[in-house]
Design a protein around this ligand. Structure first.
Ligand code: SF4
Length: 318
């Protein structure tokens, strides 16, 4: 498999009045063509900021302060505004958390598809754009007749499928899905994940699935990247991480989710709270919550070690 995306030593900061929020710090990550990468961690761990950085969608004052994001070898960080505009949607698409706020309530679904198509494909006839939008809806299991409706006339599950359709209509090869099932109930959520899996095969998509829901990741992801405090804790094959998490944070995260196969009366909780990213802890950012913290953890940031085919940023494996 060829590498589609390489993130090298990326840091994203938000200077604010009380200091600098170090939302993403020294992150490196590779993504192979056709794989689904689950990006997981607690709220505020930097996963959405990382997703937004890939498309250069950071809102001010957020900015990339160092590092490279190579898409097929081209550095997105260095691209001009014109180059990034031609990449967005056409090559890399993003679907957002809440479809009701992402779709324009004032326009019919067909108008929103057609606008996207005509903006990116100069010379395309409106009729052809309408037909393509109808075909896309059909492949998402929605009758093309519903193109003439407004977002508020659709159910939450349909709106989310339409958001996927908007993301895929220009045939991108990389899809970033940011908490795509947050607003769905569990049944629609399961259908949505099945659909995403089918579309992945149909369109030969590479997917970054940003979520705090480990169940979603277990269902879809080939590999998992676990983030904590703006840094990467662990990267590896999904099954291996679920079977034997190596990083103490990953262990804590997995032991805090219910497992119907285990007869555990109580779920384990992780002590403490996520770090203050304006004044992050010294050394390992997880050390105030880590049951295995050693002296070195308090003063020196852990290196990334290779262990059992995984990458783990923890001194336990050095
Ligand atoms: Fe815990 Fe130290 Fe590993 Fe950080 S580096 S996770 S504090 S053992």
């Amino acid at each position: 498999m060829a590498t589609i995306l390489e993130i090298e030593d990326l840091s994203v900061h938000f200077p604010i009045h009380i200091g600098t929020v170090r939302a993403v710090e020294d992150v490196s990550l590779n993504l192979e063509e056709g794989e689904v990468m689950g990006l997981v961690g607690e709220s505020g761990c930097g996963k959405t900021t990382l997703g937004f950085s890939i498309l250069r969608l950071l809102r001010p004052p957020g900015r990339i302060v160092k590092g490279r994001i190579l898409y097929h070898g081209q550095d997105i960080v260095q691209m001009s505004e014109k180059e990034i505009l031609s990449l967005r949607g056409r090559k890399i698409a993003m679907i957002f958390q809440d479809p009701l706020t992402s779709l324009n309530p004032l326009f019919r679904i067909d108008q929103q598809f057609i606008e996207t198509l005509l903006t990116h494909e100069k010379g395309l006839h409106k009729r052809a754009a309408f037909t393509r939008a109808g075909n896309m809806l059909e492949s998402l299991g929605i009758s093309p007749e519903r193109l003439l409706e407004y977002p508020h006339q659709m159910s939450g599950g349909m709106r989310q499928r339409i958001m996927i359709g908007m993301g895929l209509i220009l045939s991108p090869d990389l899809l970033i899905a940011d908490e795509p099932t947050t607003s769905l109930d569990v049944i629609v959520e399961a259908q949505f994940l099945d659909l995403l899996n089918d579309l992945r095969k149909q369109f030969n998509l590479t997917i970054i699935l940003i979520t705090h829901n480990l169940g979603n990741v277990a269902q879809l992801a080939d590999r998992i990247t676990v983030m904590y405090g703006g840094t990467i804790a662990e990267v590896g094959e999904a099954n291996a991480i679920f079977d034997n998490p190596l990083h103490p944070y990953t262990q804590g995260l997995l032991s805090s989710i219910p497992n119907i196969k285990l007869d555990k009366p109580k779920l384990k909780t992780m002590p403490g709270s996520p770090p203050d990213l304006v004044n992050p802890p010294s050394g390992c950012v997880f050390h105030p919550r880590c049951p295995y913290a050693k002296d070195i953890c308090k003063v020196q940031k852990p290196e990334t070690f290779s262990k059992d085919g995984r990458l783990v940023s923890c001194w336990l494996y050095g």
